[in-house]
Design a protein around this ligand. Sequence first.
Ligand SMILES: Nc1ncnc2c1ncn2[C@@H]1O[C@H](COP(=O)(O)OP(=O)(O)OP(=O)(O)O)[C@@H](O)[C@H]1O
Length: 260
Amino acid sequence: MTTRTTPALQAEGVRATLGQTVVLHGIDLALPAGRWSAIVGPNGAGKSTLLRVMAGLLPHEGAVRLFGQSLQRLPGRARAQRLAWLGQGGAGEGSADDLLVYDVAMLGRLPHQRWLAAPSPADHAAVERALRSTQAWDWRERPLGQLSGGERQRVLLARALAVEAEVLLMDEPLANLDPPHQADWMHTVRALVADGRTVVSVLHELSMALAADTVAVMAEGRLLHHGEAADASTHRALEHVFDDRVAIHRVADQWIALPR
Ligand SMILES: Nc1ncnc2c1ncn2[C@@H]1O[C@H](COP(=O)(O)OP(=O)(O)OP(=O)(O)O)[C@@H](O)[C@H]1O
């Protein structure tokens, strides 16, 4: 049964192996619905792997539940409507380079479209909303391959937004974004959460992660801590996982992480 307190996404005893290497060693993590959660940790901690497992993109042991339902048992189309995915670095997605920006964003509507059917007015409206919200609308007739890294990232974010899913998973969404567009991204996330959506993002920018509602701290394929971004225990876990090379401060009503 789904209740108000049912997590949006839940990993239970998740283990994942890549090649011969066990990369996740039994992760239990419940991500709250209608909130923004950040996943942080050193390079190689397993953050991207965990996110891909929770998106249903990687084989694994253990269970992943979306609002209490087993992700594996959910039909692919229903899953794609409910879970949007923004992967790392669009630069690797070379196969989309010839597509126009508008058509890239329209790919986000595929889970809503009937086989071979033309996009509906609702699809076009969702794509326009998404491209305008990332200020990518003006490039709609340009091929993706002609855009800079940050411009491309904003188009791929628009594609994820166009899904209009309940849950958005984003792996390093700030890659290549300049500071004003990082701030725009945060406002977009806040608007999604205010609308009841759940956002989960892997972030290297610790000060941005501390602007989230909850922070999950990983190291060496394990979850060390998951707590409110404002909690002292979360700050201690963050400082610890980075060998006390960062310190968390309160500046101008925000938590920020500074190197030391
Ligand atoms: N195909 C693979 N075969 C073997 N090991 C892999 C493979 N892909 C990733 N790994 C290893 O899995 C571990 C976790 O990788 P992952 O990308 O999940 O880490 P991450 O926390 O997202 O790192 P980063 O902050 O550097 O992006 C790393 O040690 C990585 O070397």
